[in-house]
Design a protein around this ligand. Sequence first.
Ligand code: ATP
Ligand code: MG
Length: 587
Amino acid sequence: MDWSPIAKPRGALRREPCLMDYEQARRDFTWGQANNWLSGLRGGALNMAFEAVDRYAAGASGERLAIRFLARGAPSADLSFRDLADASHRFANVLSRLGVQRGERVATLMGRVPALYATVLGTLAEGAVYCPLFSAFGPEPVRARLSLGSVRVLVTTDLLYRRKVAPIRDQLPQLEHVLVVRTPGAGDLPAGTADFEVAMNTASTEFAAVHTAPDDYALLHFTSGTTGQPKGVLHVHAAVSAHVATARWVLDLQAGDVYWCTADPGWVTGISYGVIAPLACGVGMIVDREEFDAPRWYEILDTERVTVWYTAPTAIRMLMKAGVELARTRTYPALRHLASVGEPLNPEAVVWGVAALGLPFHDTWWQTETGAIMIANYACMPIRPGSMGRPVPGIEAGIVRPREDDGVDVVEAAGEVGELALRPGWPSMFRGYLNEEARYRKCFRGGWYLSGDLAQRDADGYYWFVGRTDDVIKAAGHLISPFEVESALMTHPAVSQAGVIGIPDPIAGSVVKAFVELKSGYEAGEALQRELLAHARRLLGVAVAPREIAFAAQLPRTRSGKIMRRLLRARELGLPEGDLSTLEGDS
Ligand code: ATP
Ligand code: MG
């Protein structure tokens, strides 16, 4: 595999990036300086919603575009910073009227509709804690999260309420208020709910953001559940300084940008980088209310003149499957920066960006727990395809190995695999797993936060993802990275996605088995199977290449788009399938 750095195509850096000198920023930056990008409130208070909208709502910047909503068959709808502030103030007043206290929880179960954005920001302004739920969850995952989160107010739509909440409402005694956004022609207001629009229209647009302390809870996010039961992760208002810093340095957001984050606001990326970070930088964004659709996405990038695009490997692989020719039916003269998060970004996909869109994808690594991007490839640095990049200024990362006692050994040598760890202290670090204090404490050892991901660092300080601690394969004494095997398979023209697991073997301990999804136009069969095995052996060597390859019409994925290797393994071995609440297509 070619791991050599790729230089940015000429003309791609049409603006000077926010981060010009990575080494200098790494040396000099302290988190205290990030406060210079925030307004803050009297007496050292800090409120995420104030930073994201209120401070831009007054004066000329109030007229600036905050969000443009796109929907099929409807004209686009624009909200300015002023409009968004008004809507969020109305919602904050609605909560106050309901008697919602600081720290109490408010959830949404909705798609990417304007009411969601008013709810997020209004909740934060009022000092309550906001918890997003993905709109495609079925009744049981909704019940589990609302109950675990002791959610007092839920905002949803009448249609979703009838299907997903009404059947379990009697099991949620702490859920006092449900506000529904009504669908024209969908009948009466469901019993036990109030009309969102009526509540909003009777509320004032005047509201002064509550003077929350930087360490007050702001967000409750549930993880993707890729490795097991989803966990409730708590974040504080101070996280906004990490959102702003990383949006500038990593996403390179600047005044005048048109930004598009494709992540759904049901997940941490969709809130941190699909609501808070761009707004807090005063940047306008696109929200597309439709699901993935390759031609539509290219059309949006082109006609909306998107400048910065943040998406995910699963989406990029789907675009790759649709073919580079489709991308080339349009041009993207405004596009300046592409980034990706959520899963390892295969080197193939980085390079494909150049062929399709004229720019490479910049991989970024973070987790629900870290609250913001921690490791990234930057506009000012050459990309090493397949690498997650280097730590964000202000973040100390390391490769460690847990010891028998409670400590860790720090791995200094380049190329050695160990657990990716971070020095605690950055502002968006999670402050707890909901109701799981012991589990939270277990994440910290020897002065480090242990991420649960395995990685290695090269001699130049770039980090390379190896796998999740639960997913890596130990075969005949070698540690095999499922990501490396998947990436090798994806270099074959027939393969669109691959999921690799270890299966027990009496001699080797484990052997590698790969499941592959094919691109259209390729036939599953023995000939192709042999060809893929040979291809993998050629690239990886016999010790690492899969022993077996199976074809899958569709790999099991989480709703946030990650391959669920634990499910591939459970199905292969006939083991219990575990928590499936976040499995795609299973509501
Ligand atoms: P759970 O913790 O419930 O199993 P999850 O870890 O998938 O779910 P998230 O917090 O949404 O939940 O995802 C973070 C994880 O996603 C990281 O720990 C890592 O395993 C993976 N990930 C995110 N970005 C990248 C990346 N750029 N490269 C490799 N892996 C990534
Ligand atoms: Mg995780």
